[in-house]
Design a protein around this ligand. Structure first.
Ligand code: ADP
Ligand code: MG
Length: 368
C-alpha cells in the first residue's frame, strides 16, 4: 500500500468466506483487483443479469487471510502513528459479515485479528526505537476501551456492575472531546494487552446481556495512545480501532419499540460517520462530527490522520439488500463515472427504496 496523505481515507472491502450452510449458487458478490484499483461486483436484486460495480482502494475475496489484510492495509499505519499522526481503523458492515473476526479475530495465531496484530506491531516498533536511540528515549503505550450503545458511553475496563444507566458524560476540553471518568490503562507488553482486552470483551458481552441487547448493536472503540518521550519532550498520537454496530436496516427485521430506539441511534451515528468521511474526503473545512457521540469523541477530521475503513461483506444472497447499502455507504467517498442508470430500482417484496445508487457504474453483463 502507498502511504496515504494526511487526512486521507482508504476504503477496502473484505468478503468473508461462505458458511457451511451457504450455497455456492447463492454467491452474488465478487471482487477483482487490477492496476487501477479494486472492484466489488454485486448483482442487481431486481434483474440478476445486471451487476453493479463499486470501486475501492482494495478488495479481498473469501480466501484472504488475516495476515494478508494486516500486512497490506494495517501494518503501514504503524509508521504513521509513530510519526505523530492519529490512526483510525473502522470495520463497517451488517451483523454476521466478519467485523469482529477482522478486528478481534480468533484465538489461533493465524486467526488473530487486526487489533492484536496492530498492538504487536506497536510494541515491536517501540522496542526498536528504544534500542536504536542513544538518548534516553522511552515509549509509553496506554489504552482505553469503551462502547457506545444508544448514544451512551460505557467504559469496557469497568465491570458492567459499576455502570450507571446514563453512561459517561462528554466534555469539551481545549477543543477536544473527552469522556469524563474513562479509564486509561498503561500497558507495557502484548501479554498485558491480551489480558486486559480479553477481560474487557467479556465486559462487553455481559454488559449487553444485562441490557437484554446484543453486542452487535454497540460500537466498540479501542484507543491506543503511544507517547514517545525523549528527555523532557513528549509526543503522543492515538490509534482508534473500531468494531462498529451492525449496519443492517433493522426496520426490515425488527419492530419492537426498544429495538426501534436502538436502531435509530445506530443509524444516526453511522449516518453521521458517513457524512464525516465524505466531508473529509472532499477536503471540507467543516466536518459534522458533533452530530453523534461516536464521531464527536473520535474528532474525525479534526487532526491530521490516517483512516482505513474495512467494509465487511457476506458473499451470499440472503444479505443482498444490506450488502448493497453497505457498498453504497462506503462508496459515498468515491467519485465514480455514471454510465447508465435505467429506472429507479425498487426491491421486490420490500417497500423500502433501493439505496441511492447514483454515481454507480452499472455493467450489462452476467455476474459470473
Ligand atoms: P460481525 O462481527 O460482523 O457480526 P463476525 O465477525 O462475528 O461478524 O462473523 C460472523 C461469523 O463468520 C463468525 O462465526 C466468524 O467466525 C465467521 N467469519 C467471519 N469472517 C471470517 C473469515 N474471514 N474467516 C473465517 N470465518 C469468518
Ligand atoms: Mg461483531
Amino acid at each position: 500500500m502507498v502511504l496515504p496523505n494526511p487526512a486521507d481515507i482508504r476504503v477496502v472491502a473484505r468478503v468473508r468466506p461462505q458458511h457451511k450452510n451457504e450455497l455456492e449458487k447463492d454467491v452474488i458478490v465478487s471482487t477483482a483487483t487490477n492496476d487501477s484499483g479494486a472492484t466489488v461486483k454485486i448483482s442487481n436484486p431486481k434483474k440478476e443479469s445486471e451487476t453493479y460495480a463499486f470501486q475501492f482502494s482494495g478488495a479481498y475475496d473469501q480466501t484472504a487471510t488475516q495476515q494478508e489484510i494486516y500486512e497490506h492495509e494495517i501494518s503501514p499505519t504503524i509508521k504513521s502513528l509513530f510519526n505523530g499522526l492519529d490512526v483510525t481503523i473502522f470495520a463497517y458492515g451488517s451483523t454476521g459479515t466478519g467485523k469482529t473476526h477482522t478486528m478481534r479475530g480468533g484465538k489461533s495465531m493465524a486467526d488473530r485479528g487486526m487489533i492484536p496484530r496492530f498492538l504487536s506491531g506497536v510494541y515491536r516498533r517501540a522496542r526498536k526505537i528504544v534500542k536504536d536511540s542513544d538518548a534516553a528515549t522511552k515509549v509509553e503505550v496506554s489504552l482505553s476501551y469503551y462502547e457506545i450503545y444508544n448514544d451512551k458511553v460505557f467504559d469496557l475496563f469497568e465491570s458492567p456492575e459499576d455502570r450507571t444507566a446514563a453512561g459517561l458524560p462528554l466534555r469539551d476540553n481545549g477543543g477536544k472531546t473527552v469522556v469524563v471518568g474513562l479509564t486509561e490503562r498503561p500497558c507495557e507488553s502484548l501479554k498485558e494487552f491480551e489480558t486486559l482486552y480479553d477481560q474487557a470483551n467479556v465486559n462487553r458481552s455481559t454488559g449487553a446481556t444485562k441490557l437484554n441487547a446484543s453486542s452487535s448493536r454497540s460500537h466498540a472503540i479501542l484507543r491506543i495512545r503511544v507517547s514517545i518521550i525523549t528527555g523532557d519532550t513528549m509526543r503522543s498520537s492515538v490509534a482508534s480501532a473500531i468494531d462498529l454496530a451492525g449496519s443492517e436496516d433493522n426496520r426490515r427485521t425488527e419492530n419492537r419499540k426498544d429495538r426501534m430506539v436502538e436502531s435509530a441511534s445506530i443509524n444516526k451515528s453511522l449516518f453521521t460517520l458517513a457524512k464525516c468521511v465524505e466531508a473529509i474526503s472532499r477536503g471540507d473545512d467543516r466536518i459534522p462530527y458533533r452530530e453523534s457521540k461516536m464521531t464527536r469523541i473520535l474528532s474525525l477530521g479534526q487532526n491530521n490522520g490516517v483512516t482505513v475503513m474495512i467494509l465487511n461483506l457476506a458473499p451470499v444472497r440472503s444479505f443482498h439488500l444490506d450488502t448493497l447499502s453497505s457498498l453504497t455507504f462506503a462508496n459515498r467517498t468515491r467519485k465514480i463515472e455514471v454510465r447508465e442508470i435505467e429506472n429507479e430500482p425498487v426491491f421486490r417484496g420490500c417497500s423500502r427504496p433501493v439505496p441511492n445508487l447514483a454515481g454507480t457504474t452499472i455493467q450489462r453483463q452476467p455476474l459470473r
